[in-house]
Ligand binder design. Structure first.
Ligand SMILES: Cc1cc2nc3c(=O)[nH]c(=O)nc-3n(C[C@H](O)[C@H](O)[C@H](O)COP(=O)(O)OP(=O)(O)OC[C@H]3O[C@@H](n4cnc5c(N)ncnc54)[C@H](O)[C@@H]3O)c2cc1C
Length: 396
């Protein structure tokens, strides 16, 4: 096996999942994560289709099921909190749902004894030479690796260094999202309540056995000019967009000012012709972010890690062959998952009162519509748009 020393940037979902499989196939992964420690908590992410098979092959399906949110229905309400429509659990929560941080913790715990993790550092330079890569870091000393993999999310640093500026590959879908932890002041019991006004969606769902809740704000807008590092400015944007919105919005906005885990970003996709350049490859959101509107990002990250490690092993570590095969294997799956997000925006953030009425009417009538099954099966179809190869691992 050649090219054993693999540096992975990012310790959320794709990074630790890739480290898991690389180690099982006989590679020596090192994971560098910018955050000073594993980022716990966060919003709910879900699994559909093939990703569940991967979790099973990792022997982690039971652990993920044990930490699942077990979320129930989501109710769309009017400004007086009266139910308008109720959507079944699978619409928001897929086949299995877990908080992103809980998933990261499970993956980290499954890999920490055999994988070197470096927290609080970041790659600053990638210099490829004949038989390897010299990597420089913001804090640590330069090191030699055989391969570098970017698993560092939508705004991937490795992608910027090896492929070029983010704007060349990022496609904004015309929506922004903010999410953060709040008290469960509505007393929700494994359930969510969402309220809409044209072009704006406010929601809250309970988490961690109802001991807390996650508030989310979505709005449609053309590209906004803001500093991605300036949370105060981002909070002001959310305040301005939702100041005049009814229901529980003012309570949630007040909680936003105190929220320690405030998150704000555009709903964007990453579109690349190939997920590798030379000895550098990308996995998860860094390579093919599908946007939160798809509900498929976690599935893509878990499956992508499995396929990338498997193809490297199948090619005996020959990165050129493996990276080509990885891009080929993933392409159809990525396209299906990204397509899902493109159609979801208007349903989740209806742009006008007319659309809002149309959406609610559809949800209300859905149980009686002949094409109900077709609609409900769309996400599952995307989640299964890949046939997983077995990629046998050597016995431990
Ligand atoms: C609001 C929201 C809701 C979502 N809902 C769902 C859902 O319902 N279902 C679903 O499947 N998916 C959902 N997603 C998407 C899902 O969270 C991502 O697709 C998934 O987390 C991708 O994992 P990843 O490991 O590729 O990237 P990320 O989870 O983004 O992790 C990237 C990691 O890289 C680290 N990093 C960043 N820069 C550097 C650097 N320079 N050096 C080192 N490390 C770095 C970060 O700190 C982070 O730990 C949602 C996303 C958002 C934002």
């Amino acid at each position: 096996m050649q090219n054993r020393r693999v540096l992975i940037s990012g310790a959320s979902v794709a990074g630790p999942a890739l480290a898991f499989w690389l180690r099982r196939h006989g590679f020596t992964p090192t994971v560098v994560e910018r955050a000073p420690e594993l980022r716990d908590g966060g919003y709910a992410v879900d699994f559909r289709g093939a990703s569940l098979q991967v979790l099973d092959r990792m022997g982690l399906l039971g652990a993920v099921e044990a930490a699942a949110t077990r979320m129930g229905e989501v109710t769309y309400v009017d400004s007086a909190n009266r139910p308008l429509v109720v959507t079944p659990p699978t619409y928001q929560s897929g086949e299995l749902e877990i908080l992103r941080g809980d998933l990261a913790r499970i993956l980290y715990d499954a890999t920490r004894d055999g994988v070197e993790y470096v927290f609080g550092d970041s790659v600053t330079g990638i210099a490829e030479h004949g038989d390897g890569v010299t990597v420089t870091f913001a804090h640590g000393e330069p090191r030699e690796f055989d391969l570098v993999i970017g698993a560092d999310g939508l705004h991937s640093n490795v992608r910027s260094l090896a492929f070029g500026e983010e704007s060349r590959f990022r496609r904004d879908l015309g929506y922004y999202v903010s999410i953060f932890t709040v008290p469960n002041h509505l007393g929700l019991d494994r359930a969510g309540r969402f309220y809409n006004e044209p072009n704006r969606t406010v929601g809250v769902y309970s988490a961690r056995d109802n001991t807390e809740a996650k508030a989310l704000f979505w709005f449609g807008a053309d590209q906004l000019d803001y500093d991605p590092r300036d949370a105060a400015q981002q909070r002001r944007i959310v305040e301005e967009k939702f100041r005049d919105v009814g229901w529980e919005t003012s309570t949630l906005l007040a909680a936003m000012r105190e929220a320690p885990d405030f998150y704000f970003d555009s709903a964007s996709q990453i579109k690349l012709d190939s997920y590798a350049r030379g000895r550098v490859a990308l996995v998860g959101d860094a390579a093919y972010c599908a946007a939160p509107l798809s509900g498929m990002g976690t599935s893509l990250a878990i499956v992508g890690a499995y396929v990338l490690a498997g193809e490297l092993a199948a090619a005996g570590g020959d990165h050129a062959t493996a990276f080509d095969a990885y891009s080929r294997e993933m392409r159809g799956f990525v396209d299906a998952c990204q397509k899902l997000a493109e159609g979801n925006g208007k349903w989740f953030v209806p742009p006008t009162r007319g659309w809002l009425k149309f959406r609610n009417l559809n949800y209300r009538l859905l149980p009686y519509l002949p094409w109900r099954k077709l609609i409900e099966e769309l996400p599952l179809k995307a989640g299964n748009a890949i046939t997983l190869k077995p990629y046998p691992v050597a016995p431990a």
